[in-house]
Design a protein around this ligand. Structure first.
Ligand code: GRF
Length: 229
């Protein structure tokens, strides 16, 4: 069965683009039904040009957060997704929205969570003098960037790096990470449970995030590729 994915965006949508490309591969196991944006995001063109659903639910068209999220929830549910991916979606979703789609919402965040939830992660890594940076894919909960982490990718911070350098070097690795996570769920290698994840071959819930290797494969804490389970 093909996993049905809807992507929520606020901007250029390069992570959405990576999912669209990956979904077109024969072994993807998932399809992107469309994208929903909370503002007139450039990324909506990526789905429009493929004939997929491009939905704008502009926050500015609603008097309050409650009515905005109610419409966002209606539009999302109308596409009947199995999985909702927040990819550069610049809003914290309310408890109601998260509960409506409990266990089915993932987010990609450009830091090694629990380090640096929120904004300006690249600069905060530099300010702290960290030797490593990275990105995380995690389950969305009502708290900002605080849900259980499924997988991470790490990059080295190099001498003289600026926040822009870090962002540019991390982005293609974020794309690989997000695609690998969605594929892992689509193929059933990872199950999303209430409150976390379980690797199919493991008895227990995932306690250490999976790691993306240089070739774009997810490895478990023992270094085993997930795809071989
Ligand atoms: C990515 O860095 C993502 O991690 C962050 O926002 C950025 C979105 O980029 N949450 P794009 O819109 O997918 O190009």
């Amino acid at each position: 069965m093909t996993l049905r994915v809807v992507v929520l965006i606020s901007g250029r949508g390069s992570n959405l683009g990576a999912l669209l490309s990956a979904a077109a591969e024969p072994d993807a196991g998932f399809c992107v039904l469309g994208a929903i944006a909370d503002r007139p995001a450039a990324g909506l063109d990526l789905v429009r040009e493929r004939g997929l659903r491009a939905v704008l639910v502009a926050r500015s068209d609603f008097v309050d957060r409650h009515s905005f999220e109610a419409e966002l929830g209606r539009q999302t549910a109308a596409l009947a997704p199995d999985l909702i991916v927040l990819a550069g979606f610049m809003r914290v979703l309310s408890t109601e929205f998260v509960q409506q789609h409990a266990g089915r919402v993932l987010n990609i965040h450009p830091s090694l969570l629990p380090l640096y939830p929120g904004l300006h992660t690249h600069q905060r890594v530099l300010d702290a003098g960290d030797a490593e940076h990275g990105a995380s894919v995690h389950l969305v909960t009502p708290q900002l960037d605080a849900g259980p982490v499924l997988a991470q990718v790490r990059i080295a911070v190099l001498n003289g790096d600026t926040a822009e350098d870090l962002a540019a070097r991390l982005l293609p690795r974020e794309h690989q990470l997000l695609v690998a996570c969605v594929k892992a769920i689509a193929h059933g290698w990872v199950e999303v449970q209430s409150g976390g994840f379980r690797i199919r071959r493991h008895e227990h819930a995932l306690t250490t995030p999976l790691r993306l290797d240089a070739s774009g494969q997810l490895l478990d804490a023992g270094g085993q590729p997930l795809a071989q389970c």
